[in-house]
Design a binder for this molecule. Structure first.
Ligand SMILES: NC(=O)c1ccc[n+]([C@@H]2O[C@H](COP(=O)([O-])OP(=O)(O)OC[C@H]3O[C@@H](n4cnc5c(N)ncnc54)[C@H](OP(=O)(O)O)[C@@H]3O)[C@@H](O)[C@H]2O)c1
Length: 253
């Protein structure tokens, strides 16, 4: 029996750590990002794809999964929507709508599309765990983070709506499937995304001092911490249909 995880953003940071953690635990993992991943394992396949152009992605993922698991029945499925484009920092007054549309494609349209695909593709009897990696910026109004934060808020809501649709289907046509969704906020993590934010001018990113302080005071945690928490969630059962939590609120193995 095979457990299959789709993890976006495996070329770097948290996504790479999640891929490695799941592979150590015996999952088959299909990773997605534009750059290649340094992950090398027989259970891993990489799909090089730009989430700003989602066309054709799910077909490529379907082929990658099929070649990884072969004839094995799939016993559990996970989708970790981890990749995000943080590049569009800036005050609302300065945001360029065309760049905003691209950012929303990567951070909302592509991951929502992946949720839809995985619900259609996953075997009905297999538990399906979806993790949408979120941020404090998705629930609190941080100056300079309108593009990023509003995309995280939209993805969070899409996960809640998916949960309500699974409930509705269960109530109308039979037992609800074992599909659960987590909106997970990892807190400050030591990754290239943090380093990039620290190198952004304060005029564009008014929170620069906070990000500099987190780094100087050693408040950034290792990507291994969220990776372990995400593994704990996708491997366990009995979750509410939709839940949201921050790092430290999930029991780690
Ligand atoms: N680090 C933190 O402090 C922090 C805090 C809160 C939330 N988060 C969230 O954690 C998640 C992971 O971030 P991270 O800190 O690990 O950042 P990271 O090291 O910069 O990694 C970002 C990943 O997203 C992928 N990605 C970005 N744009 C893409 C695109 N257009 N198409 C395909 N893949 C794309 C990148 O791959 P390529 O560049 O190779 O395409 C990379 O693998 C994000 O959702 C982020 O919002 C991070």
């Amino acid at each position: 029996m095979g457990r299959v995880a789709i993890v976006t953003g495996t070329s770097s940071g948290i996504g790479r750590a999640v891929g490695e953690e799941l592979l150590r635990s015996g999952w088959h993992v299909v990773g997605v990002s534009r750059r290649p991943s340094s992950i090398e394992a027989s259970g891993y396949l990489h799909v090089g794809h730009d989430l700003a152009r989602p066309a054709g992605l799910v077909e490529r993922l379907g082929s990658a999964v099929a070649s990884l698991v072969g004839d094995q029945p799939v016993s559990r499925v996970a989708l970790v929507n981890n990749a995000a484009d943080p590049a569009l920092l800036g005050k609302v007054a300065d945001l360029d709508p065309a760049s905003l549309a691209r950012s929303f494609t990567v951070n909302v349209a592509a991951p929502v599309g992946l949720m839809g695909w995985v619900v259609r593709w996953a075997p009905v009897g297999a538990p399906l765990r979806i993790v949408n990696v979120s941020s404090g910026a998705g629930v609190r109004p941080y100056p300079g983070l309108a593009a990023y934060g509003s995309a995280k808020a939209a993805l969070r809501m899409a996960g809640m709506v998916l949960g309500s649709e699974v409930d509705l289907e269960g109530a109308s046509v039979g037992p609800a499937r074992d599909v659960t969704i987590l909106s997970y906020s990892p807190g400050p993590v030591d990754t290239p995304m943090q380093a990039e934010a620290r190198s952004t001018p304060v005029e564009t990113f008014p929170l620069l001092d906070t990000f500099l302080r987190w780094s100087e005071e050693g408040q950034l945690q290792s990507p291994a911490v969220p990776a372990s928490e995400i593994r704990s969630y996708v491997e366990s059962d009995g979750h509410p249909r939709f839940m949201e939590c921050r790092s430290g609120e999930i029991e780690r193995p």
